[in-house]
Design a protein around this ligand. Sequence first.
Ligand code: ATP
Ligand code: MG
Length: 426
Amino acid sequence: MNKKNKASAIKIPKILKESKFSPLAIEVVKKLKQSGFKGYLVGGCVRDSLVGIKAKDFDVSTNATPEEVKKIFRSSRIIGKRFRLVHVFSRNELIEVSTFRANASKKDNGSGVIKDSEGKILRDNVWGTLEEDCIRRDFSINALYFDPIENNLCDFHSGLQHIQKKILVSIGNPLIRFEEDPVRSLRAIRFSSKLDFKISNDVKEAIYQKGHLLRNISNARMFDEFCKIFLTKKAFNNFNKLNSFGVLKYLINTDNYVKNSFGLRFQHAALINTDNRLKASKSVTPGFLIAALLWPRLIDISKEKGSLNLRKFFRSMDRIIREQQVLTAVPRKFHGYIKDIWSLQLKLETRLGHQPYKILNHPRFRAAYDFLLLREEAARDSQGIGDWWTQFQKVNRTSKIELLKSLRESRSGPVEKKFGFLEELS
Ligand code: ATP
Ligand code: MG
């Protein structure tokens, strides 16, 4: 029996047969097949369905070229240069249809695959067979091809077995695969957290050895990966894994804080808070998390003899964002947002005169208040400022005046200039 027959003889797990795939994705496969081409659901949607996770997006793989796919679907467009594919869309859904590609190193005929001096693939548009397409995927669990019309599963790299064993295995030598595309090391960490899978030893070794190549990845792609890593309910887990593999520094411009330090406790509080918000279907933004992850560094740079140097604080804000921008593109709209959250921290503490009324109406008040609560959670002396604001928001006008009055009375002498929690500034 040849490899192809062996692959198609696989017994389809019940969980896959009963999975709810997007009707549009199934329609795309159906139409491709009716037009005489092959069509498979592939990648994350097949993997997630087998693990019992609801798939969030659906990719289709075919032997039709982008131009041929485009002809079949009226609502479609060809996108990408490095990696050309077709988006087939309906009003509220989008299916990515990619053409089978050949393994770059095997079919490098100079026409469609371009690599840089460190082995990174810059362009990857050499068409190939299903088997060849399989080989160029990153991990065996991502290389399962499912034809939902004929209930046929192609698995050339024991992906199904690895899903059952809960292990992430590279297709081919991970040292070479991570050179071709260093982002695969981040993907390995992300999938292991998402699926609760172990990472095979050779993949672990490749992350250690090739992680440094992440320096060469564009900041736009790193930002995409940043969002997938930190805004999909596994931020805390991913942060710790990235740190232990020594690759966190390519995603966030933070120092390595020691266990039990304010910096690390605050970062952890922000990551756990992000995960919990997502689990409760609350909104999250990368801006808030970036503001939090960089906060300990801002404080470190701005502190002087146990208190905050305000000039340094305001000057350093732009610098820190600029430095982060080199690692991951930070969309412009978040720059002001991050700086607002940071500078509001000062005002939330001082609460001078009638300012608290103004602060309540500030468009970033809610984010800044949440941020303050996280700082308090991480600091061992909270000073009750968060509580004060919780009260101030809730109560009526008369009680607001009372709150401000008692605040004034509680302050002996001139308003405290000192900002920050003791531990934060230690
Ligand atoms: P998720 O959508 O949960 O992030 P996914 O596996 O669907 O996971 P995508 O980035 O959507 O990830 O990619 C779809 C498929 O394309 C993957 O399952 C994998 O087979 C292949 N793929 C994506 N990125 C790479 C890569 N950098 N190297 C090799 N194959 C990749
Ligand atoms: Mg996907």
